[in-house]
Write a protein that binds this ligand. Structure first.
Ligand SMILES: [Zn+2]
Length: 142
């Protein structure tokens, strides 16, 4: 194989969706930096069709250089993806958002505490911005 892999194809873990979509590896690098600094599992992306979060296997390295090497080595195998545990439907779907200072916080459908986008993705397994965009209720300027 010549050169580094720059795009990977992911499959949505949502069984009623299972869409395939492409993600630039540089996005995975950014996600890896976040995961490393927060000591969390690596969220690769959200499915553009249903907004479910796709995480990488827990053995995925979170150092960007190591991650690239790992992707180049592993991307050919079929089983390198893993989804977050499925949670109750009500809790996962955002009810909306609020603006606090310059920040946008997303409100879970179960009326729990509002969260930043990435925190929401970790807690609820769905990308709230993606979901609200699809419903035509995304915050202005996003
Ligand atoms: Zn999907």
């Amino acid at each position: 194989m010549a050169g580094k892999i720059t795009t990977v194809t992911l499959s949505c873990p949502n069984q009623s969706c299972e869409a395939d979509f492409e993600v630039p590896v540089r996005e995975l690098h950014k996600a890896a930096v976040f995961a490393a600094s927060h000591k969390k599992q690596l969220i690769a992306a959200a499915c553009p069709k249903c907004c479910h979060v796709v995480t990488l296997l827990s053995e995925a390295p979170t150092n960007p250089d190591d991650l690239q090497e790992w992707i180049d080595k592993t991307a050919d195998s079929d089983n390198w993806l893993e989804c977050l545990p499925i949670r109750g439907t009500l809790a996962r779907i955002p009810a909306g958002y609020i603006k606090e200072g310059g920040e946008i916080l997303y409100q879970p459908g179960d009326a729990g505490d509002s969260m930043e986008r990435r925190d929401y993705m970790y807690a609820e397994g769905i990308d709230p911005l993606c979901y609200l965009k699809q419903k035509g209720r995304a915050p202005e300027g996003t």
